[in-house]
Design a protein around this ligand. Structure first.
Ligand SMILES: Cc1ncc(COP(=O)(O)O)c(C=O)c1O
Length: 369
């Protein structure tokens, strides 16, 4: 992998391979049989990643990740349902906002941004409120990179006879999730994350019985996953104009995913990227926000240097000029910046990024690290 081209060290859009970008050089008609086969093959491959073919349908949806999250909640939570939203960062807060906007009753449970929600918390909360029908969880909270204990929480939710909705936007494809062992009604992810496609479509793995029972729940025509799925089953086509180039790119990205060795290989590369990043930044004296035990190998939050000569905007521009795009922090209490470990990049690329960061901090005379 070349480090000469600019590398996006951001959690999506992210760096894609030339092969994936090349796949977008074809114009597809939405009625074209071959395009419909591409969609069907995509859904089949996506479901296989979670071993979900027997239990779940894959419903693709046009738009960014949030569109798919909103569609999942709007479709699968009945209008008289109640959602317990587990929050330890900005994307958890967004889940609550979605429930509020859609008029679904909800309660929230919020822990600090460096504190995972525990299964014991969920157990206690479900015991205390029998009205809760669904629990919504962010698997990897991308605003910090914290990993929440999905399998344990899923067991507790199922033990209470409740439904689980998982936003696995930044973890799906890299962190293992097995639908045969982790019960869920919906798992949501998108094209432009760990599968290394381009942004433009999300997808929801919806439990077959839950989707079948969801007719009429949705507040919205375009966001109705039950309708989207029924139409696709009937016609083989997307209900409304499909993101053809995004689908083609994701299909090509999935071929490369398989060639690389599927999820274990993708996970290993990202873990190696994350380790190379942490090792290099530690040597520079930069501290990561999360302890390693709860750090997902997706994105790392670093404390910003305290030196007044450090300004994120200048730091960002200078690192960008050296070929790497960083990400601002998303914490309100402490000043941070983030570096993604995902995308078409390897540990050598991460070491080159650390080298660029070191040079920039020297140029800016930021010395207190
Ligand atoms: C955990 C999580 N949920 C939801 C989203 C929202 O996705 P989008 O910005 O594509 O709408 C993201 C985006 O990075 C995410 O990381």
């Amino acid at each position: 992998m070349s480090t000469a081209a600019p590398i996006l060290l951001t959690p999506g859009p992210l760096t894609t391979s030339a092969r994936t970008r090349q796949a977008m050089m074809v114009d597809w008609g939405s009625w074209d049989d071959r395009f419909n086969q591409l969609t069907a093959s995509l859904c089949e491959q996506l479901l296989a990643i979670v071993d979900g073919a027997a239990s779940h349908h894959c419903v693709p949806l046009q738009g960014s990740g949030t569109f798919a999250v909103e569609a999942a909640i709007g479709t699968l939570v009945p209008r008289d349902g109640k959602v317990l939203v587990l929050i330890n960062g900005a994307y958890g807060k967004r889940l609550a906002k979605i429930c509020q906007v859609l008029g679904r009753d909800f309660s929230t449970f919020e822990t600090a941004e460096d504190e995972p929600t525990t299964a014991a918390d969920v157990d206690r909360l479900l015991q205390a409120d029998a009205a809760i029908t669904h629990v919504a969880l962010i698997h990897c909270e991308t605003s910090t990179g914290i990993l929440n204990p999905l399998p344990e929480i899923a067991q507790v939710v199922a033990g209470h006879g409740k439904r689980l909705i998982i936003d696995a936007m930044s973890s799906f494809g890299a962190l293992p999730i097995d639908a045969r062992q982790v019960p869920f009604d919906a798992l949501i992810a998108a094209s432009g994350k760990c599968l290394e496609g381009v942004p433009g479509m999300g997808f929801v793995f919806a439990r077959k019985e839950a989707l079948a029972a969801a007719a009429g729940n949705s507040h919205s025509l375009a966001m109705d996953l039950h309708d989207q799925h029924s139409y696709m089953v009937k016609t083989g086509q997307w209900r409304f104009t499909p993101p053809t180039h995004v689908v083609a790119a994701l299909h090509e990205a999935l071929l490369q995913y398989t060639e690389e060795g599927g999820l274990p290989a993708r996970h290993q590369r990202y873990a190696d990227n994350c380790q190379a990043l942490l090792d290099g930044m530690t040597q520079l004296g930069l501290r990561s926000f999360l302890p390693e035990a709860i750090q997902a190998p997706i994105i790392v939050t670093f404390h910003a240097p305290k030196d007044p000569r450090y300004q994120f905007k200048e730091f960002y521009e200078r690192v960008k000029a050296k070929g790497f795009i960083l990400y601002p922090g998303k914490l309100t209490q402490v000043e941070t910046f983030r570096v993604g470990c995902i995308g078409h990049v390897d540990p050598a690329g991460m070491r080159a990024a650390v080298q660029a960061i070191a040079e920039v901090l020297r140029e800016m005379e930021v010395l207190d690290i």
